[in-house]
Design a protein around this ligand. Structure first.
Ligand code: PEP
Ligand code: MN
Length: 338
């Protein structure tokens, strides 16, 4: 249930609603909003009687939330969530978020060259994996803390915000020491202990879609974060597993408008993992922006043929520069900027 306060409700009236919710053994979630205060209620097993709250002073209405995901839904919060990261934004009607960089951090030269190049081309976020979830245990697993230090160095030199994956609860404190945005990878979308821990933090999370997750399961995973108080969650569509084998995954662009309608969270598209083929990454990045995504995440490598992971889907620097020109015109066509 969502309790919506009058526009002129006092802080004491809001507090009285929160206390009432707690007295029923339920959890109150005051929702940050520009116009009015609203308080989400979770923890109830069945439906609640609106009268419990509408009789309290300052309450405008009490609305039943029909979706199983509550706090991430547009029913509960109409305005877009806008996440500010060191001057750059994820979500909202402003500029698109462009996250670019190598799949894995491999060396100082590789990372810094890429960082300077993507910054020049207009990216505001630098991606790069320090801990890599590889299908084979014999493949490159990432440089761990050494990579995190290089990412911090790249941030210092370029001012880009750092997006990097956290794979488990054990390494979370260390990754959080360096990252501006904590990426939860597709394979970990339903790692509930990781999600619970991230929910207690006040640090933006980029939650990628599980390869076989439905949109509802994905939003429920986001609910784990938000219900524990971390409202700074962005979603990233990165392709799902289908019967198709000609491409690495099937980028589900349906998810973009559907998520934008169902949820207030920012939605990014990752065409690199979505299609897995360098020659077609740009087309799907453009399509993602045209579909209404709030940003894109693109793998870029100065020498993709020598990359230690995902070289086949990594754009060269000139290819990324060209993509950015195209993205600027598509963005303008859908009323956005880069
Ligand atoms: C990545 O971003 O490099 C990555 C491993 O992505 P995903 O979790 O979507 O496979
Ligand atoms: Mn990758």
């Amino acid at each position: 249930m969502l309790v919506v306060m009058n526009r002129h409700a006092t802080a004491e009236q809001v507090e009285a609603v929160v206390l009432k919710i707690r007295s029923l053994g339920l959890t109150a979630h005051p929702i940050p909003g520009a116009q009015r205060v609203a308080i989400g209620i979770t923890g109830n097993k069945g439906g609640l009687e609106p009268d419990l709250f509408t009789t309290l002073p300052g309450v405008a209405e009490a609305i039943r939330v029909s979706q199983p995901f509550k706090l991430v839904s547009r029913e509960v919060k109409e305005e877009d969530t806008v996440i500010e990261v060191r001057g750059a934004t994820l979500g909202g009607r402003g500029g698109l978020a462009v996250v670019a960089g190598p799949c894995s951090v491999e060396s100082e030269e590789q990372l810094l060259d890429t960082a300077h190049a993507v910054k020049r081309a207009g990216a505001r976020f630098l991606r790069g994996g320090a801990y890599k979830p590889r299908t084979s245990p014999y493949e490159f697993q990432g440089l761990a803390e050494e990579a995190l230090k290089l990412l911090a160095r790249a941030r210092e030199e370029t001012g880009l915000s750092i997006v990097t994956e956290v794979m488990d609860v054990e390494t979370l404190p260390m990754v959080a020491d360096y990252a501006d945005v904590l990426q939860v990878g597709a394979r970990n979308m339903q790692n509930f202990s990781l999600l619970k821990q991230l929910g207690t933090m006040r640090r933006p999370v980029l939650l990628k879609r599980g390869p076989s997750a439905t949109i509802k399961e994905w939003l429920m995973a986001a609910e784990y974060l938000v219900s524990r108080g971390n409202y700074e969650v962005a979603l990233c569509e990165r392709g799902i597993r289908t019967f198709e084998t000609m491409t690495r995954n099937t980028l589900d662009l349906n998810a973009v408008p559907v998520l934008k309608a169902l949820s207030h969270l920012p939605v990014l598209v990752d065409p690199s993992h979505g299609i897995g083929l360098r020659a077609h990454v740009a087309a799907m990045a453009r399509a993602g922006v045209a579909a209404g995504a709030d940003g894109i995440m693109v793998e870029v490598h100065p020498h993709p043929e020598a990359a230690l992971s995902d070289g086949a889907q990594s754009l060269t620097v000139p290819e990324f520069e060209e993509l950015m020109l195209q993205v600027r015109s598509i963005a303008a066509a859908v009323g956005r900027t880069v």
